[in-house]
Design a protein around this ligand. Structure first.
Ligand code: GLP
Length: 266
């Protein structure tokens, strides 16, 4: 794997800091590649949890490059995405399904029926059953080998937004329909071309399913993430900052950062 400029173990969490965002993205892709190889060798399949947003784009371009070089096959891979807007059509370019086709699915040998996303088209009365089914499918596939995550400026993971829940309730959150926090809505305004156009609700994998993954890879890059990264790693575990809940499974979590995102840590 590409060597980080700095590594640190903090309360059981591995923190790898890279010179720039490109190197962090490449290292994340290499970690995914080695996880796929190990899981396929072990159990005949690998289950990946995937994320969208600006941060993982470079990761996906490296995975596509590895595939083109013959260094990575998705034939025995199953994927589950962490979130999707609701409601949204599958052909809407702002849907995370479109994003995944654009950045990964259409470029690799992943079987179409192995790529799972929460479905922004299910009728509202069926949402709860759909979300419970999503968690059951992950379990039936043997659980997630590696969950790739990004972090929102307000500390969200997937679309698990800051809340006033007790710690126990926050850790047990299932996959569900959720309301987007004002900070998330304002950050999404660029893609939706105006805050008033942002779809204010979403389906998200629950905190419980995320934390159950055998390994969690959190990727954060850029100065705008420095404050929230420091609070998630150094501050208390609280539902008010969902990424801090990763502290509860510290030994399974790796943070990959670039220098600007790590600026508040050292
Ligand atoms: C988005 C998504 C998350 C993502 C996070 C960070 O809104 N719901 O899955 O990880 O916010 O996004 P970005 O990488 O664009 O900063």
């Amino acid at each position: 794997m590409l060597s980080p400029a700095r590594t640190e173990e903090r309360a059981g969490v591995s923190i790898l800091v890279f010179g720039d965002a490109g190197s962090a993205g490449r290292a994340a892709a290499e970690r995914i590649q080695s996880t796929v190889h190990a899981a396929v060798a072990d159990r005949g399949r690998a289950v990946l949890g995937l994320a969208s947003g600006a941060t993982p784009r470079k990761v996906y371009s490296h995975l596509v490059a590895f595939h083109r070089e013959g260094a990575l096959s998705f034939r025995d891979v199953v994927t589950y995405n962490v979130d999707e807007f609701y409601p949204i059509g599958p052909l809407d370019p702002k849907s995370y399904r479109s994003y995944m086709h654009q950045h990964l699915f259409s470029h690799v040998d992943l079987a179409p029926h192995h790529a799972h996303l929460l479905d922004g088209t299910v009728p509202e009365f069926f949402v709860a059953e759909h979300c419970a089914g999503f968690d059951r499918w992950i379990a039936a596939d043997g659980g997630i080998d590696l969950q790739l995550l990004g972090i929102g400026r307000n500390g969200h993971i997937g679309f698990n937004e800051p809340s006033a829940l007790s710690l126990a309730d926050a850790l047990a959150l299932p996959t569900r329909l959720t309301e987007l926090h004002p900070v998330t809505q304002s950050d999404a305004a660029r893609e939706f071309v105006g805050e008033h156009r942002v779809i204010p609700r979403a389906l998200t994998m629950g905190v419980a399913s995320i934390l159950a993954a055998r390994s969690i890879l959190m990727l954060a890059t850029g100065t705008h993430k420095a404050d929230v990264v420091a609070r998630a790693l150094n501050g208390p575990m609280t539902a008010g900052l969902p990424a801090s809940l990763l502290q509860s499974v510290a030994s399974r979590v790796t943070w990959m950062l670039d220098e600007p995102a790590a600026a508040g840590l050292f």
